[in-house]
Ligand binder design. Structure first.
Ligand SMILES: CC(C)(COP(=O)(O)OP(=O)(O)OC[C@H]1O[C@@H](n2cnc3c(N)ncnc32)[C@H](O)[C@@H]1OP(=O)(O)O)[C@@H](O)C(=O)NCCC(=O)NCCS
Length: 177
């Protein structure tokens, strides 16, 4: 299959934080943000493979800064790497300053894994990703380790089989032993 660039799966979603979206501190409720991010990432995954996709795991979410009621929130997602049927999708979240400057601040980030499936929900092959920028290359390079970690945590891979992940922690020779 012909490789695709991350820019081909770029998805941008803009939302405004309304009272219904907030927690008791009048900041955006985390579950609402997770839902927006899942939706945005799913569209990127679909744009990459043009097939039905399902969320397989949420590998990392960091809520770095509270997002106040009234804020304008922009979510941007791209597919960073594709494997056989699964793909890693990054979501970057920015909020716009409410005091008139329009300054954008990065407040959250998440990494999702989606799987392309056929009409019976069975995993199917997808095109590879070809990174173009330095950041796309960094995200691509780390994706296999993150996939291995997600599979270990979900009990689908034995830690001893995760060679690329182990290489982060062990000197080179230790993995050969
Ligand atoms: C995701 C799903 C299709 C995987 O099916 P499966 O029978 O485990 O299929 P496989 O073991 O062949 O895995 C398929 C791919 O998913 C990846 N995968 C499975 N579970 C994963 C997890 N927890 N984290 C990351 N990747 C995962 C596998 O590594 C494999 O990737 P690859 O083909 O690129 O190498 C299946 O578990 C499913 O349908 N889950 C429900 C999804 C859903 O409804 N999501 C909405 C949220 S409720």
């Amino acid at each position: 299959m012909k490789p695709k660039h991350p820019s081909e799966s770029l998805t941008v979603m803009t939302e405004i934080v309304l009272p219904n979206d907030t927690n008791n501190l009048n900041n955006l409720f985390g579950g609402q943000l997770l839902s927006w991010m899942d939706r945005c990432a799913a569209i990127s995954a679909h744009r990459h493979c043009r097939r039905t996709v399902v969320t397989a795991s949420v590998n990392n979410v960091s809520f770095n800064e509270a997002i106040p009621q009234g804020a304008i929130v922009t979510l941007e997602s791209t597919v960073s790497r594709a494997f056989s049927s699964s793909m890693e999708v990054w979501v970057d979240v920015h909020m716009e300053d409410q005091r008139g400057t329009g300054k954008r601040t990065k407040c959250n980030e998440a990494i999702y894994t989606f799987v392309a499936v056929d009409d019976l929900g069975r995993p199917i092959p997808i095109p590879p990703v070809e990174p173009e920028t330095d950041e796309e290359q960094r995200r691509y390079d780390g994706a296999l380790r993150r996939k291995q970690l997600a599979l270990i945590l979900s009990g689908k891979m034995k830690p001893e089989d995760a060679h690329e992940l182990k290489a982060l922690f062990l000197p080179k020779d230790a993995d050969q032993a």
